[in-house]
Design a protein around this ligand. Structure first.
Ligand code: ZN
Ligand code: ZN
Length: 802
């Protein structure tokens, strides 16, 4: 499009009219339901152009006619001034014959056949709406459901596309005259705002207290705030589901919530009144503040302020039970009008707002479901009659290595697609993801739509959520899978499900190795299709040798002669996991396995110190390891962190996944940069495709020496991180020497660890590598399905004539 503009010569003075031209523009991207048509309408009027705009199946179609200079200005501003929620992927401009018409019109939606436009994601209340909400003169003063084309719920209230009011859960609310007038006026901020509503005509709020008492309307809001300020636990219906809320500054309430929710160690997220409140309890960088303010309003993991509230004399202080044992806190800002009202009178400034579910069950969305499941946890429920159609947790992010990273992709991101590299072309495809933190993906052409975070696929509720989301996304995007992609792990419920579902439909299956998918996802996101050295640093993934992988150096290729292949260049040396999954919950078992592998005898002082108080159990474990009974072997980096935490912090058990690694990163937070404990490269022969082993013998000896010499734990933690990074960089250098490949794609759950991610990048770049980290998808298992699509699409293309 730009080239064309240059070809057309110098700008003419619009005042003299110039030559009259007509242009057609096909705009692709997220341009429906985000105020794009009224924006174009206003733009055309400002430039004095005739023509029309309409939605089509792929985006919007525009025709404009007028003086050449004005038309050119229009086309430039079309991209430059687009509304905040729009995302323009491409604009194709065509030269048309001038018709001599006058006036600019918005024409009716014409949606037939396959729909390729995204539904917009849910967006936080905009500044204009927030001002109205708190303005006593406004007709929507304190109305908990106000919104406009720049903000409000979208995905979570939509049944199917096109995104129009009758297809949403707003269909049962007939707009009042005033709302309808706004909705029909192209100059109004609420022109075609599908969830438009007010006190007169829109959804209604009520509080349901103990013994069936009910309070409606604004009194419900007031009662809710009173109860929270008094220490009560409330279940509050939000945008993608219910939250359980308590005053985050009240220790007793926070502990009561932990007990009732049966959630002990795992940190709670805290919603703060505003950025000022966030700054009082956290150390925020400019990048973190910007991330907090994005319209997705994710929970952002940031550093707690030491002794917050005490030194400053300001009252805001978060209870220690909110995020015990770690230096970070997940904070987020209000994103719905109802949430702004919780903080409006200033009594509350920080609330624990946690997904209303028991551990790892799907989040509750339905009023009846909430009463049933949350009645025993919450003292009262805040309900409303705008139905949530799609369950959607809060998204979680962190600034890692200078840029935002997704930890959990959900509200605010779903269902925005992430594209495959240019030239890739997937058939209609379903990728079912992994096991824990499951996310499914549907693909077609270059577009990949990932679902929201679906949680752990361990029980029927998890599977039901998976199936209900799949059905919805298939219908919404009109994708009818012709291929089903799954992980290689035979024990994953997702694998089992994929085989059954594909079998019933006679569809071909593609199995993709876990870490291959991780690396391929990072490559695809960054458009890398040639060879890359992949660092897959992860907790658990099933290897092609039947062992549990997770500290892998792979050579991956997304196109070319044989894209189905990846090569395993190096890996962490195998250690026993005594008791299998039990070893994940009890890191001291990993330490025992690591020490024995490293050559410390069962009667050595080091082993004796580790197992002190657990001698009998240790004896059984040692025997299991000896005989290989229920003792899988693993090369996982996550498990290496577990072993280190058991030794350094004496941690016997963990309450949640990755807790050990998070704690080890936490204690190292303030340590200086330092040399690492040595991981050593052993064996390997690239010509014979025998992988190098990264052995930990020297690492454990050095670490234990430091520990016994009384070296500070922060320093030991820092040296451990440095050693891991240096070991994998050494392996990458060896891989480059063997293959000539100079780019590194890193992925896997361990890349959530900031210290590790930053060390790896710095050390790899110092060696002259180009380094890539996932940004649009999660490096953890939430990103797996995107990588599965990339591998399967490349593999299927390799089978064709291309
Ligand atoms: Zn708004
Ligand atoms: Zn109204």
């Amino acid at each position: 499009m730009r080239d064309k503009l240059v070809d057309e010569g110098p700008e003419q003075n619009a005042a003299d009219g110039g030559e009259r031209v007509r242009r057609g523009a096909a705009v692709r991207g997220v341009v429906q339901g985000v105020g794009f048509r009224p924006f174009v309408f206003r733009l055309a009027r400002e430039e004095g152009l005739a023509g029309f705009i309409g939605n089509d199946t792929d985006g919007v179609t525009i025709e404009v006619e007028g003086a050449r200079a004005r038309v050119e200005a229009f086309l430039i501003r079309l991209k430059a001034d687009a509304p905040p929620l729009a995302r323009i992927d491409s604009v194709r401009v065509a030269e048309l014959e001038a018709k001599g018409d006058s006036g600019f019109r918005i024409v009716a939606s014409e949606v037939r056949g396959q729909v390729h436009t995204g539904i917009p994601a849910d967006a936080a209340t905009c500044e204009d709406c927030r001002r109205e909400l708190l303005d006593p003169q406004d007709r929507r003063y304190r109305y908990p459901f106000l919104n406009c084309t720049n903000c409000g719920p979208r995905y979570t209230i939509t049944r199917r596309i096109p995104y129009d009011r009758p297809q949403t859960s707003m269909s049962r609310f007939a707009m009042c005259k005033a709302c309808q007038a706004e909705y029909d006026d192209p100059a109004n901020r609420r022109f075609h705002a599908q969830p438009n509503a007010c006190w007169e005509c829109g959804p209604w709020l009520w509080l349901s207290g103990p013994g069936g008492t009910e309070i409606a309307g604004d009194d419900a809001m007031e009662s809710c705030v009173n109860r929270l300020a008094g220490g009560a636990i409330l279940a509050i219906k939000g945008i993608g589901g219910f939250h359980l809320a308590v005053d985050a500054t009240n220790d007793a309430s926070v502990m009561r919530l932990r007990e009732r929710k049966q959630r002990y160690g795992k940190p709670f997220a805290v919603m703060v009144k505003d950025l000022a409140a966030a700054r009082e309890i956290c150390e925020l960088t400019a990048e973190e503040e910007a991330l907090l303010m994005t319209s997705a309003r994710p929970v952002v993991l940031v550093r707690k302020k030491e002794g917050s509230g005490i030194a400053t004399g300001v009252a805001l202080r978060v209870a220690p039970g909110v995020a015990p044992g770690i230096p970070w806190l997940g904070v987020f800002l209000p994103y719905a009008p109802l949430q702004h009202l919780l903080f409006a009178d200033g009594r509350l400034r920080a609330l624990v707002m946690t997904s209303a579910n028991l551990s790892e069950e799907p989040i509750a969305i339905d009023n009846e479901e909430a009463r049933r499941r949350l009645g025993g946890i919450a003292d009262a429920l805040v309900l409303h009659d705008r139905e949530i159609l799609q369950r959607c947790d809060d998204s979680v992010m962190a600034v890692v290595d200078g840029s935002p990273q997704l930890i959990r992709r959900a509200r605010g991101f779903v269902p925005l697609g992430v594209e495959l590299p240019e030239g890739m072309d997937a058939p209609h495809m379903l990728a079912v993801g992994g096991h824990l933190k499951n996310v499914l993906a549907l693909a077609q052409g270059r577009m990949v739509v990932q679902s929201q975070h679906l949680g752990d696929l361990e029980n029927l509720q998890g599977l039901a959520f998976f199936e209900e989301t799949l059905a919805h996304l298939m219908k919404t995007f009109e994708i009818d899978p012709e291929v089903v992609v799954h992980d290689l792990h035979p024990g994953y419920l997702s694998t089992e499900w994929a085989k059954k579902w594909a079998g019933e439909r006679h569809l071909p299956l593609v199995g993709v190795q876990h870490h291959h998918a991780h690396v391929a996802g990072c490559m695809a996101e960054h458009g890398l299709t040639g060879d890359a050295i992949g660092l897959a640093l992860d907790g658990t993934g099933y290897g092609t040798d039947g062992k549990i992988w997770g500290g892998e150096v792979l050579i991956v290729r997304l196109d070319g002669a044989d894209p189905r292949k990846f090569e395993r260049f190096a890996h962490l040396d195998y250690v026993p996991m005594a008791g299998g999954d039990a070893a994940v919950k009890e890191p001291w078992r990993m330490a025992l396995g690591a020490l024995v592998t490293a050559g410390f005898g069962a009667d050595s002082a080091e082993v004796a110190a580790l197992i002190s108080g657990k001698e009998r159990e240790a004896k059984v474990l040692l025997r299991m390891m000896e005989r290989g009974l229920n003792t899988p072997m693993t090369s996982s980096l996550g498990r290496l962190f577990d072993a280190a935490v058991a030794l350094v912090l004496g941690r016997r058990t963990v309450d949640y996944e990755a807790q050990a690694a998070i704690e080890l990163e936490g204690i190292s937070l303030f340590a200086e940069e330092t040399s690492g404990y040595a991981l050593e490269l052993e064996g390997g022969d690239w010509a014979r495709r025998e992988p190098i082993r990264l052995t930990t013998r020297a690492m454990w000896r050095e670490l234990l020496k430091d520990l016994w010499a009384g070296v500070g734990k922060a320093q030991i933690g820092a040296r451990f991180h440095a050693g891991v990074a240096e070991g994998f960089v050494k392996a990458a250098v060896a891989a480059r020497k063997a293959t000539g490949v100079g780019q590194v794609a890193m992925s896997g759950g361990c890349l959530h660890n900031r210290r590790l991610a930053e060390l790896l990048r710095a050390k790899l770049e110092a060696e002259g590598f180009r380094v890539y980290l996932p940004r649009k998808v999660s490096p953890g298992d939430g990103g797996l399905s995107y990588g599965q699509v990339a591998v399967a699409a490349a593999r299927l293309a390799g089978n064709s004539v291309r």
